[in-house]
Write a protein that binds this ligand. Structure first.
Ligand code: HAS
Length: 549
């Protein structure tokens, strides 16, 4: 990789892991507060810590990490960036960083304890929303710069399908840009005027709807880079080509189509949206499960082909022949395994009536810790082990590998304990986003924490193990970024594993963006136009919304 891209990717990685450090520390405090084991000083608030935890891990860590991965992979698969692409990437990075710093400062000084969903009528300091807007604009600039690089490649290779990694990067950026339209609309036209005091009211239902129009595809913006690694990196580690180039591209196209018109499945319990529109979006949600099932199929096919190639016999003999001693593989395998219950939980959440049982309980917190918190996070860990040494040209020693195994083991055990406890507590009715476990002196509420897996310590022990794992990961990151000796011999250099993908039989239409983005907008209009019009129409006359604040 050229020096310019290396530097850019490493800066993105640096910001990602700085956010990771503060975010996981906030997570550790979280579990102790929930168990009444920690009383915060007067200047620190539960919601402040919860906001820092959500924003820094779910938004900042993920996005900067994802761009580090995109930058490296795009340069690797399409060739070195031109000066313009590099410049616009830097501009985007700096805008995103400025937004991050502004938003984080607002959270730290206690001016934005509104959680990562920032639901009205909770109001933050207006500069928090400005920070969020800058963050999104910066990510668009970087995204468009990468798309520019891709367009140049396509011009030079007319009629050819692009390499799989580039195709997937562009799909993910397309999804991200379309998704952000919702959050940009609500932040610019609702929150900023309201928080600066230019208007007195805010249409709460509309703001929540615009948020979830963004919020659900946001989870696929986290998931798709992990899937990119599953489709393009894992087969290389296994020593097989990509199982099916067309299947992989079709899965990503289906995400562009179905991941956006589904936000109502986060609002199934809300008034102000009629059942018909909720039901329609529930059906579309079930459509967005398909590409994940296709991905699972494809992964099993990879495993079986690789295991049999390595001499595995019988129905399941191939399973033992997988490269279990390869840290890059094992961490991603555990990530995938967690997504089986994670995805099943998602299907439960999306099942209209079942949502009544789980909505706004700790179950949901359990769900997102075994979706974004493990399948996505552990895939990113599996990438970190080789991506940083690849970018810095340093060695990744055997001791680091051993530490890496301990780290992923701890993460898996910690997450298993914590998320299982959260799922059970949720079914028992323990609410999410609630300041104290004794609910201001109602001690009976603590009975929730008397179960076998849901006792006072399980969640805290799980959370503490996770924190230990996070610190170990940071140690590995620092070592491979700054301390490990530079690689000299050819075998000491860490490679970027990218599998061959045979695209000879892949239908060209799969890379016709106009068609897919066009259909995506049609679906969005069908799912959202009428309910949004109704929300605006039913706002009380003379006001811009339901609530005066
Ligand atoms: Fe979700 C709430 C529905 C996936 C994240 N979700 C959330 C929230 C977050 C989140 C953060 O319908 C909370 C938002 C908030 O703050 O309020 N979710 C779904 C559905 C899916 C889904 C249907 N969610 C995700 C992913 C996330 C994520 C991915 C992050 C990355 N979710 C919901 C709903 C709610 C919700 C409701 C709102 C609930 C409420 O009431 O508030 C689907 O995409 C899931 C499909 C996935 C599968 C799994 C396929 C399995 C694979 C692994 C194969 C394994 C292998 C290894 C090969 C069908 C691909 C083999 C290993 C062996 C050991 C055998």
């Amino acid at each position: 990789l050229a020096a310019g891209e290396r530097k850019l990717a490493l800066w993105n990685m640096g910001v990602a892991y700085t956010a990771f450090l503060i975010g996981t520390l906030a997570g550790l405090l979280q579990v102790f507060i929930r168990n009444d084991q920690l009383e915060l000083p007067a200047w620190l608030d539960y919601y402040q810590i919860l906001t820092a935890h959500g924003v820094l891990l779910a938004l900042i860590f993920t996005t900067f990490f994802i761009f580090a991965f995109f930058i490296s992979g795009m340069s690797k698969s399409l060739g070195a960036f031109g000066p313009k692409v590099l410049l616009w990437n830097w501009i985007g990075f700096l805008v995103m960083l400025a937004g991050t710093i502004l938003a984080t400062v607002m959270i730290v000084i206690g001016e934005a304890s509104v959680l990562y969903t920032f639901y009205a009528p909770l109001m933050a300091n207006p500069w928090y929303y400005v920070g969020l807007a800058l963050f999104v604009v910066g990510s668009w600039i970087m995204g468009f710069a990468l798309v520019g690089h891709y367009m140049k490649w396509r011009k030079a290779n007319r009629g050819e399908l692009s390499p799989l990694f580039a195709f997937m990067t562009v799909s993910t950026i397309a999804l991200w840009v379309i998704a952000c339209l919702g959050v940009v609309a609500t932040v610019l036209f609702q929150y900023i005027p309201w928080a600066f005091g230019w208007v007195d009211t805010i249409n709460v239902e509309l703001s929540r709807t615009l948020f979830w129009y963004f919020g659900h595809p946001l989870v696929y913006f986290w998931l798709l880079p992990a899937y990119m690694a599953w489709y393009t990196v894992v087969p290389k580690i296994l020593g097989v080509p990509v199982f099916s180039d067309s299947l992989a591209r079709l899965a990503f196209v289906l995400f562009i189509l179905f991941s956006i018109p589904v936000g109502f499945h986060h609002q199934l319990m809300e008034p102000g949206i009629s059942d018909f529109w909720k039901f329609l979006q529930v059906v579309l949600t079930f459509m967005v499960i398909l590409p994940s099932l296709m991905t699972a199929f494809s992964m099993f096919a990879n495993f079986e082909r690789a295991g049999r190639k390595n001499g595995g016999k019988g129905l399941f003999g191939w399973f033992t022949k997988l490269p279990w001693k390869d840290l890059r593989f094992t961490s991603i395998f555990i990530a995938m395994a967690f997504f089986i219950p994670g995805g099943a939980g998602g299907i439960i959440n999306a099942s209209f009536q079942l949502n009544e049982i789980v909505h706004n309980t700790l179950w949901i917190v359990g769900h997102f810790h075994i979706t974004v918190g493990t399948p996505v996070a552990m895939t990113f860990m599996g990438l970190t082990y080789w991506l940083i040494p690849y970018l810095t040209g340093r060695k990744f020693s055997n001791t680091m590998k051993k530490l890496g195994f301990i780290q992923i083991g701890l993460w898996a055990v910690g997450m298993l304990l914590m998320s299982t406890a959260q799922h059970i507590l949720g079914l028992l009715g323990a609410p999410r986003r609630t300041a104290y476990s004794n609910y201001n002196g109602h001690e009976s509420a603590l009975e929730w924490f008397d179960g076998i897996l849901t006792n006072h310590v399980t969640m805290a022990v799980g959370g503490s193990i996770l924190f230990l794992s996070a610190m170990l990961l940071l140690y590995i990151v620092i070592m491979s970024a700054f301390v490990s000796p530079k690689a000299v011999e050819p075998h000491e250099f860490v490679e970027f594993p990218l599998a061959e993908s045979d695209k000879r039989a892949t239908p060209k239409i799969l890379e016709n963006w106009l068609v897919w983005i066009g259909i995506a907008f049609v679906l969005i209009i069908i799912a959202y136009a009428i309910p949004i019009a109704q929300m605006i129409q039913h706002a009380p006359p003379g006001s811009r919304g339901f609530i005066t604040w």
